[in-house]
Design a protein around this ligand. Structure first.
Ligand SMILES: *Cc1c(COP(=O)(O)O)cnc(C)c1O
Length: 384
């Protein structure tokens, strides 16, 4: 006899948005740009520990942030992230709030250190947001811009005009809306390199020592919304603009282990589970290999026959934000609707760009990419 879910039972339906089985037991894949897919085993573990964290009798949601249990969760998350990225001892790891958009402002607030100008490299939507925000605090010099190429390539380093008096040089390592990624680390001499790494953080190894500061919202490739991770070289701290609010002051946050006020405790706990999951996958080199394989397959399918096209220069294409168009753009709405019916969710491009975007974050299994490619081939056969 078949058992049907009760009318009020939402668990079965809710599962479908999380990336595996939807109604009817069919597999679904969530290609959302953020908040985005999370590893299934992490969600399962969080569910299992929801009411009673490891025999304490209380949920992580209920723990005082200054108590021994949460202190342990934070310490482990910090150590695990340090291990994954081999973060040198003279860098501090902060778990803050506000999202990358808040840190677009907090970076100049904290890093100007008495200087008046900063260099920014303009590569697309998110670097533009960062530039607009920084202009409220300092003189921004656009050291290079990809605007003339319609943001389809990263401006080569030899074209940048860097100012030796700049407080820092800011880049956006992955332009989530355009699908453009830095596959090299720019040399900026004595000027500290600062990166908004929101959408490619933890997607590949990073040589932290090449950067002065890195920041990333968690909801793209790490975990839940509400957490922003900052990794900053110690000697850059301490020169915040007068009037910088206490909780926005990286130095005060570093001196207080990110606990100047209540940190986003549950988000930090979930991020910690994701760090353990990344370790279990084999760490950053293994994650990078998988991400390269997934994106290479998908770009090959896009380039196959002219039905689809990706405007981004091949050398600068993102491993995690694969943005493309249908050559006949009038078919895109149908493509998205049919993909959704197939269980391929949230493939709509960024609202300023349109088109199709498949976010291939760490938690997207290779089978998800294979299912998308199968669908794309079938769709092009029917409409080509
Ligand atoms: C999503 C995104 C942001 C904005 O993140 P919020 O958490 O919404 O503030 C900033 N930069 C990049 C590169 C992003 O992908």
């Amino acid at each position: 006899m078949q058992t049907l879910p009760e009318a009020g039972d939402t668990t079965r339906r809710r599962r479908s948005s999380r990336g595996t089985t939807g109604r009817g037991g069919r597999r679904v894949f969530n290609f959302a740009a953020g908040p985005a897919i999370m590893p299934r085993v992490v969600l399962t573990q969080a569910r299992d520990e929801m009411l009673d964290w490891r025999g304490t009798g209380i949920s992580v949601l209920e723990m005082p942030f200054t108590g021994p249990e949460f202190t342990e969760i934070l310490a482990h998350a910090t150590e695990d992230l340090r291990g994954l990225l081999a973060i040198p001892g003279n860098y501090r790891v902060l778990f803050l709030q506000g999202g990358a958009y808040a840190h677009h402002a907090m970076v100049p607030m904290n890093l100007l250190r008495g200087r008046e100008r900063a260099d920014y490299v303009e590569t697309g939507h998110w670097s533009r947001r960062g530039i607009a925000e920084a202009r409220r605090y300092c003189r921004v010099d656009v050291a290079a811009s990809g605007e003339r190429d319609n943001f389809t390539r990263v401006p080569p380093r030899q074209t940048w005009r860097l100012n030796p008096d700049a407080a820092f040089c800011h880049i956006t390592t992955n332009e989530t809306a355009q699908g453009l990624e830095f596959h090299w680390t720019p040399e900026t001499g004595e000027v500290p390199l600062v990166a908004d790494m929101t959408s490619d953080f933890l997607s590949r190894p990073v040589d932290i020592a090449r950067y002065g500061l890195i920041y990333a919202s968690a909801q793209k490739n790490v975990g839940p919304a509400g957490l922003t991770i900052v990794i900053v070289r110690e000697d850059l701290l301490g020169g915040a603009l007068p009037g910088t609010p206490t909780v926005f002051n990286y130095k005060i946050q570093a001196d207080n282990d990110s606990m100047v006020n209540t940190p986003p405790t549950y988000a930090i706990y979930l991020a910690g589970l994701v760090f353990n999951w990344v370790q279990d996958q084999g760490g950053m080199p293994a994650i990078e290999r998988l991400n390269r394989r997934k994106s290479a397959k998908l770009y090959a399918a896009i380039d196959a026959n002219g039905f689809y096209r990706c405007p981004v220069a091949p050398a600068d294409r993102s491993l995690v934000s694969v943005c493309f168009r249908l050559s006949d753009e009038s078919l895109e709405a149908r493509f998205l609707a049919q993909a959704h019916r197939r269980g391929l969710f949230n493939l709509k491009g960024h609202r300023v760009m349109g088109g199709i975007r498949a976010s291939l974050y760490n938690a997207m299994p290779e089978e998800g990419v294979d299912a998308l490619i199968d669908f794309m081939e079938e769709f092009s056969r029917h409409h080509g």
